[in-house]
Design a protein around this ligand. Sequence first.
Ligand code: AKG
Ligand code: MN
Length: 253
Amino acid sequence: MDLFAATPIQLVEDAEGGIRYWPAFVDEGEAEAWFQALCAHCEWQHQRRPMYDRVVDVPRLQAWYPFDQDSHEGLPASLPLAKMLARVQASVPGGYNSVGLNLYRDGHDSVAMHNDKLHMLVPGQPIALVSLGAPRRMNIRAKAGGRALGIDLEPGSLLVMSHASQVTHEHGIPKTARPAAPRMSAVYRARPAMSPHLQARPENGEMRRSFTPAQALHRQRPASAGQGRQEADAQRLDAGTPSAAPPSRVGGQ
Ligand SMILES: O=C(O)CCC(=O)C(=O)O
Ligand SMILES: [Mn+2]
């Protein structure tokens, strides 16, 4: 194994490993192959969420694959997700049973500052985030206050956040005015066992649209600004997947 990849940068400290970053977790060629395969073959969805009196777009595409922790049943053979999981497990062992993917088509796509939803995470288990495609900045901020830490998530990198860090810190990917090529994150989590209706991916009342691979990277904008759909990212509602939590809850996946 590459010694470089074996040494994480410690960004936040806590009793569960804090937040750690491996810049060169996999080599460029492998990262690019994973990115291309996931772009082409994931079942990308564009969510819309009710917000006050309107329905707004979630400003990124998403895909979800719950899977069996032992057999990995649920991870499609056409995707490199099982291989990626094996790499994650070798560095940061965990009880992963779900992977959520985000596709940021350009600098307009984003995820607002949030913590991942605690009721959707097994306590003590890590959250492992593999970045692919173009680099994008993630901001990490202590809820207690202070300046945000900005970290440029490189393709082929791994960011691991402890469960405890979701209580103390928030993270987000801000929009950028700079030209930004597509970027993807694959986020492995340990979800608690829950009733079948909660395992279903979308939130109650949520509207989703599917994308073919060819459409996935082509942003479809409203015909005229002002009349079109509003994006949710100015609010904190866009952060994360579907859950049964009340819509006002700040939450990630
Ligand atoms: O794309 C990323 O790096 C962050 C995604 C995230 O925070 C989430 O899915 O909850
Ligand atoms: Mn998150």
